[in-house]
Design a protein around this ligand. Structure first.
Ligand code: F58
Length: 830
């Protein structure tokens, strides 16, 4: 399926020093106008703001390209190992500020633009967010790409170039409305189409046995019924100080023959386009479900499409500089970001054995040495499995390969460990209980040499639950790699005020080595510094207050306590618990007006999967509660509730630095890691959280006296569930909770439809699967402890500073160095 490359020529080394673009203001100013004139065709006098954005982007891009070409030459010359990060999602957000910051060009570009009376900050806001992901998993992939380029791990990100990214959310009458997203509308100046990098991807058809050479087994030949073309689009990802540039290669689907000429010539003009519509549908839209496996055929097509294209590309690049594929695992490490690319295990076997004629056993060894797999969830409903009949129809040869792998693994389990019955069923790649399905988690696990969880707790639970039997069979395979976030985007770019203050206080060393941020710890007791730290926070809150006022026409006081929960809306993340607390607090403020209440602004943002009805009800409830509370003069400015629509990366960059309290309140045992928790704490918010995901390790680093931990632990949750916990008796014993729930279910917040929340509230009485009732009292008490601390600003600020000072371990640079050392075995610069 590999296309010959007629253009392939021996690469000549690129002499970057000869062409390197200048970084000074005069040169930048001149070049911006040159781009405006000759690439866009506008004079400065006639240019509109989008033209300026494009001109600046192209000017900055040229400087990245200098580094990019150098990096490619260096890589080709070294012949060293590279990483291929396969991910169905890259939630990148905007790229311009990131690029300018990492090239250290912020002041020069701003200065150059000022000469034409153009404001860089304003221009940056025009760039659309690349929202090619749902949430944490996709954003992690984006942070990892940036960190790989910053610490010097040579690598490619491989994914899908969705025409429509994650949907745009509007709120109409309190309810979520989904609108199509259109990030490519004005073109994408960051990407380079690489038509010479295209591959054929097959679907369906038949497998035939071809008798091979004497003494050798017959070869299997897959003849797909359908073929589409995967075309590469490359985006350079520049690391800190421009030291390295890696490539994000996203695949776009096209018909092999875009117009069927026969049909066209015979006058069937519509029929002639059917093929191309069907092909292009594969990369048309991102699936917006973050917790239920989509289960549709199109989704499986997407998964195979980008997996096969990426593997064909990896093999082709390998063979450009190597004689054979027998050393593939020494030259490339392929990381599977969750199970979405897990079909790669079968596809690489097919490519090695069927296409490149390798022996099965050698191919299997190479495959396992090449792949590693990251798990991001234990939620049973999110684990991917595909009905056998669908899999077999779409990918008949890959299905045969999966059966063969399965047989070998089961044989080994019986022979080496004496597995039988239940344990064989547990490790099998085929689930025989629910109408025969292929389990993608098991496939990814057995096809990898390393399998990792994303926080210490999550990794432990993986060993005890989903992969219990596989862990027994391969006890050395599972390891932990706690997530991290890039401090460039989430501190320097999102919080320039704090960054300047830190530079003045501890010098610039932390920019290159975030662990040095710890030096600010000794200023936590310095009253002058505390005041300046608080002043930065106040400014960030004022900036968020402006956004809230512009978008929602609600005025909030930047001096109130900003209590923020932003993330996907999900029952296990328990936004409902937070809303119930708001209702209870509202009730208390009204009934005890003389009490000295802490003025609070509760901020929510996040999207619900379009088919997830309970999550949509939670959004509706947040908006209903907000409307009633915000218009009640009885609470004056003591309590405000706001739901900011259309949460995305750019909004997160404004929100993270503006929080006093970060809500990380998932039912313990269910949030694999969380990464928003890290962004908030790095920016000096105090966390209210359960002992879940990475919160546990955050507590260890920050100190338990500087974080508000509440609620049941993961093992206590498991215990309660075994005992058949239901909420009724708890609720009946807690008047505060009972009254709040009564208000919600009797229509106080939904007078137009008093029964709207009967289902949501009823679930707490009859089941309380997510332990909302069970944790309510502990949560309430902890919020009141936060109120008490707020009354002592010196103490609050001291703890906030300690949060910033002690969060550096949660940098994605650290995560990437661990992957490089323990899983990929590639070098880094430092
Ligand atoms: C998230 N998963 C975890 N999945 O929930 C979060 O705890 C973790 O911090 C993060 O991964 C990074 O490890 C997540 O975001 C998805 O969005 C999938 C998208 C595709 C469908 C299934 C869920």
């Amino acid at each position: 399926a590999q296309r010959p490359d007629p253009d392939a020529a021996a690469p000549l080394p690129h002499d970057a020093s000869a062409s390197r673009r200048s970084y000074d203001v005069d040169a930048l100013a001149e070049e911006i106008v040159e781009k405006l004139t000759y690439s866009i065709g506008k004079s400065p006098a006639r240019a509109r703001k989008y033209d300026w954005l494009r001109a600046v982007t192209l000017t900055v891009r040229d400087r990245i390209i200098d580094h990019w070409l150098e990096a490619e030459d260096a890589r080709a010359a070294s012949g060293g190992k590279q990483v291929a990060y396969l991910s169905m999602e890259f939630l990148i957000g905007r790229l311009l500020r990131d690029a300018i910051n990492n090239l250290n060009l912020t002041t020069q570009v701003a200065e150059a633009l000022k000469r034409y009376n153009v404001d860089l900050d304003m221009i940056e806001l025009l760039e659309p967010d690349a929202a090619l992901g749902n949430g944490g998993l996709g954003r992690l992939a984006a942070c990892f790409m940036e960190s790989m380029a910053s610490v010097g791990v040579p690598g490619f990100g491989y994914g899908i170039r969705y025409v429509h990214g994650f949907f745009r959310q509007e709120i109409a009458d309190g309810a979520q409305v989904e609108l199509p997203e259109n990030w490519l509308l004005h073109g994408n100046p960051w990407e380079f189409e690489r038509r010479e990098r295209s591959y054929e991807i097959g679907f369906g058809g038949k497998v035939t046995s071809v008798v091979g050479e004497p003494g050798k087994p017959p070869r299997q030949l897959w003849r797909p019924a359908e073929r589409v073309l995967a075309v590469a689009y490359d985006t350079p990802i520049v690391g800190w100080r421009g030291a390295h540039v890696n490539t994000l290669r996203l695949w776009s689907a096209q018909a092999l023959d875009p117009i069927l000429l026969d049909a066209f010539n015979s006058g069937d003009h519509i029929g002639a386009l059917v093929e191309s519509n069907k092909a292009e549908a594969i990369t048309r839209v991102l699936y917006p479900a973050d917790s239920h496996q989509a289960g549709q055929e199109l989704r499986l097509r997407q998964e195979f499409f980008f997996s096969s294209a990426s593997l064909q590309d990896i093999i082709r690049r390998h063979l450009e500089t190597n004689e054979s594929l027998s050393n593939l695992h020494d030259k490339v490490s392929i990381q599977l970001n969750d199970t979405h690319p897990a079909v790669s295990v079968a596809e690489l076997m097919r490519l090695l054995v069927d296409v490149h004629g390798m022996e099965w056993d050698e191919a299997w060894e190479i495959t396992r040495q090449t792949f590693s797999y990251t798990n991001h969830t234990l939620l049973p409903e999110a684990l991917e499995h595909w009905p056998i009949h669908l899999f077999e129809r779409l990918l008949p040869r890959q299905m045969q390969i999966i059966y063969a792998i399965n047989a070998a693994v089961i044989r080994q389990a019986m022979e080496s460990k004496g597995f039988d019955g239940g344990r064989i069923a547990a490790i099998s790649l085929i689930d025989e209980n629910n109408g025969r399905r292929v389990r993608m988690g098991q496939l990814a696990f057995v096809g990898s040499h390393a399998v990792n969880g994303v926080s210490a707790l999550h990794t432990d639970l993986m060993k005890e639950t989903v992969f219990h039997a596989l862990h027994e069979l391969y006890p050395d395979r599972i390891q932990n790699k706690t997530n991290g976030v890039t401090p460039r985007r989430w501190l320097m770019e999102a919080n320039p005020g704090l960054t300047s203050l830190l530079k003045e206080t501890i010098g610039e060393g932390f920019l290159d080595d975030i662990s040095k941020i710890r030096d600010v710890e000794r200023f936590a007791t310095d009253a002058g510094f505390r005041d300046r730290f608080a002043a930065v926070k106040r400014e960030n809150k004022a900036r968020l207050a402006d956004v809230i006022s512009e978008r929602l026409a609600i005025s909030v006081d930047p001096d109130a306590l900003f209590d923020i929960q932003v993330k996907r809306i999900h029952e296990y993340k328990r936004q409902f618990l937070n809303i119930i607390e708001a209702v209870a607090l509202y009730d208390q403020i009204r009934s005890q007006p003389a009490t000295n209440w802490t003025p609070r602004v509760k901020v929510f943002a996040g999207k619900a999967a379009p088919s997830y009805l309970q999550a949509k009800e939670i959004i509706h409830l947040a908006n209903d509660v907000a409307r009633v509370i915000n218009s009640d003069p009885a609470v004056r400015d003591l309590l405000k509730v706001v739901f900011i629509p259309n949460y995305n990366v750019s909004l997160a960059e404004i929100i993270m630095p503006a929080a006093d309290i970060s809500e990380q309140i998932s039912t313990a045992g269910l949030e694999a890691s969380g990464t928003g928790n890290m962004k908030f704490a790095l920016n000096g918010a105090l966390t209210i959280g359960t002992l879940d995901g990475a919160n546990v390790e955050m507590r260890d680093h920050i100190g338990e006296e500087n974080i508000f931990i509440f609620g049941l632990t993961a093992s206590e949750v498991a215990q309660r569930r075994r005992e058949g916990h239901s909420g009724r008796s708890v609720i009946e014993g807690l008047p505060l909770l009972r009254d709040a729930l009564h208000a919600i279910s009797s229509g106080v917040f939904s007078p137009d439809e008093p029964n709207r929340y009967n289902g949501l509230v009823g679930n707490l009485y009859n089941n309380d699967w997510w332990m909302i009732a069970a944790d309510f009292q502990s949560y309430w008490d902890t919020q009141r402890r936060a109120d008490a601390l707020w009354a002592d600003p010196a103490e609050w600020n001291r703890k906030a500073i300690l949060n910033t000072a002690r969060m550096s371990w949660f940098s994605s640079d650290r995560s990437i160095r661990e992957y490089a050392a323990d899983i990929w075995r590639t070098g880094t610069d430092a």
